[in-house]
Write a protein that binds this ligand. Structure first.
Ligand code: ADP
Ligand code: MG
Ligand code: ZN
Length: 496
């Protein structure tokens, strides 16, 4: 086993990690104005109004859908939703913040005290979530080329005022892997309930990691550093490993750590200092005078709860109950295309057709491969393969109507050109020889013709597969290989 530098540090220190995640919500309009959020790819400063430009005298109006999305997220993580919340101004100056303050929620978040269960290589783990609240996004600074006096920075206000949900965990995460798995699971959840596209590369989901170390066996938290700018799950785990190593060496050498915000440099695989960390006092939070407190009545909460779809954890459990292994259940649940395919095929499969395990193998194997190659036109238009056609072919394999080998070819053809399953099965001719007596006559011939292989078998060499192969050849593939192997062994053992 290889030990990384971070692992070595963790023999002496324990890592304390808290994760903050900002997600862009999938609303049509911005958080406090009617401007469209469909500004991706649009010309700069084309999605603006006095509110999101921060012009004096403009008044904000709360986006009901954004509030509902945070309530939905809160319910999905088992959080408490208060009856009354409020808005606060978080004051700071930066060119991407035209008002000089961000409208956020400070004292009473829309959701508090939730949790998310994850699986890690070391087993299951539950991440405690402190809060989820609503706020507005900032504008975007676009830095020009060139240096010195020629260097320009432009401001694009299209993103200004877009709704953001911030989800903050308790500092109970202990490893980079837990942090990465948590971010992945939260992304899956947000997509499942439809509140955010949560694409990290597109900045729709921004993960920040707070990391500190403390000597093993001690209670007080050490000085923490906040790491930003990680644009993939892998970089979340790597940035945390880097910080653990860096902080461990500093502590070992008696160098003081400072509370600071650091950035992750993916090219150089290291974190660098950006600025000293602000504290909440720096922001001079106070209640937003332009907005009333927000009342969330119980009826609204139960309506949102009733509209929640099946959550990923429930879906995995249901798949496991259908007979899928934990791994397959997780893989299919984590991929929307696979989920759609699995659901459609099992729904079409009817009473006595393909077992769920057979469908799962197909969806994660042949079907995923065909999709990648651009071959599968699954769930497509007329003439394409259909869930029912696939279910029929999988059922034919499972029941032994065609051999696995033949069935696989039929599936490939159905996927690539949509030939109806019934035509394919009819053309495949008679099914495999399921009659043991017929198979045994082939087996006995093969045994008689290969005395050396028989001797090898009795000497303990792994030659059973050779006999099966010869029999499959003799039958033109029209036999169930597993059954042939069983019979071959029986026959050879009798001989010995
Ligand atoms: P801020 O508002 O300055 O970002 P918070 O107190 O809200 O600070 O904490 C932000 C995140 O940092 C939370 O996820 C929290 O769990 C985590 N955190 C707090 N203290 C520590 C610490 N000493 N080490 C690591 N993470 C911490
Ligand atoms: Mg913070
Ligand atoms: Zn606007």
């Amino acid at each position: 086993m290889t030990t990384t530098a971070a692992d070595a540090v963790l023999e002496r220190y324990e890592a304390v990690i808290g994760i903050e995640i900002h997600c862009q919500l999938r609303t049509n309009s911005k958080m406090f104005c009617g401007c469209s959020t469909a500004y991706d790819g649009a010309a700069p400063n084309t999605h603006n109004c006095p509110v999101c430009l921060g012009l004096p005298g403009a008044l904000p109006v709360i986006n009901r859908q954004a509030v509902e999305y945070v309530i939905a997220t809160g319910l999905a993580i088992g959080a408490q939703i208060p009856e009354r919340t409020q808005w606060e101004r978080k004051n700071y100056f930066y060119p991407d913040l035209p008002k000089g303050y961000q409208i956020s929620q400070y004292a009473i978040p829309l959701a508090a005290y939730g949790r998310l269960a994850i699986e890690t290589s070391a087993g299951p783990f539950v991440v405690e979530i402190r809060r989820a609240h609503l706020e507005e996004d900032t504008a975007k600074l676009v830095h020009g080329e060139g240096g010195g006096a020629d260097r320009t920075t432009l401001v694009d206000f299209n993103r200004s005022g877009a709704p953001l949900m911030e989800v903050v965990t308790e500092p109970t995460i202990r490893t980079g892997e837990q942090a990465r798995r948590y971010a992945e699971e939260l992304q899956l959840l947000l997509r499942a309930i439809g509140v955010s596209d949560a694409d990290m590369e597109r900045g729709q989901m921004r993960v920040e990691a707070n990391v500190s170390l403390r000597p093993r066996g001690t209670e007080p938290f050490g000085t923490r550093v906040e790491v930003k700018n990680m644009n993939s799950f892998r970089s979340v785990e790597r940035a945390i490993a880097y910080e653990i190593e860096r902080q461990g060496h500093a502590l070992d050498n008696g160098e003081p750590l400072v509370m600071e915000t650091r950035g992750w440099d993916d090219g150089r695989q290291l974190t660098y200092r950006m600025r000293a960390k602000e504290t909440s006092e720096d922001y001079r939070y106070f209640p937003e005078p332009d907005l009333p407190p927000l009342r969330v009545d119980a009826g609204w909460v139960s309506a949102v709860r009733a509209a929640l779809p099946e959550l990923p954890s429930a879906r995995r459990a249901r798949y496991a109950a259908l007979g899928l292994g934990a791994y397959d259940a997780a893989v299919i649940t984590a991929d929307a295309t696979m989920t759609t395919a699995f659901e459609a095929i099992t729904a079409a499969a009817g009473v006595d057709a393909a077992p769920a395990k057979e469908v799962a193998n197909f969806v994660t194997g042949a079907h995923a491969k065909a999709l990648k190659a651009g071959d599968a036109n699954f769930l497509g238009t007329a003439g394409a393969s259909t869930p029912a056609g696939i279910a029929t072919l999988l059922g034919a394999i499972a029941s032994g109507l065609v051999t696995r080998q033949v069935g696989r070819d039929l599936l490939d053809r159905h996927l690539s050109d949509g030939t109806p399953a019934s035509n394919l099965l009819a053309a495949a001719g008679p099914g495999p020889i399921s009659d043991d007596a017929a198979l045994l006559s082939h087996i006995d011939k093969v045994i008689a013709a290969n005395p050396r292989a028989v001797a090898d078998y009795h000497a303990g060499k792994p030659v059973a597969g050779f006999f099966t192969g010869q029999v499959m050849k003799a039958t033109g593939g029209a036999a169930d290989a597993a059954r042939v192997t069983t019979l071959v062994r029986e026959r050879l053992n009798l001989e010995g």
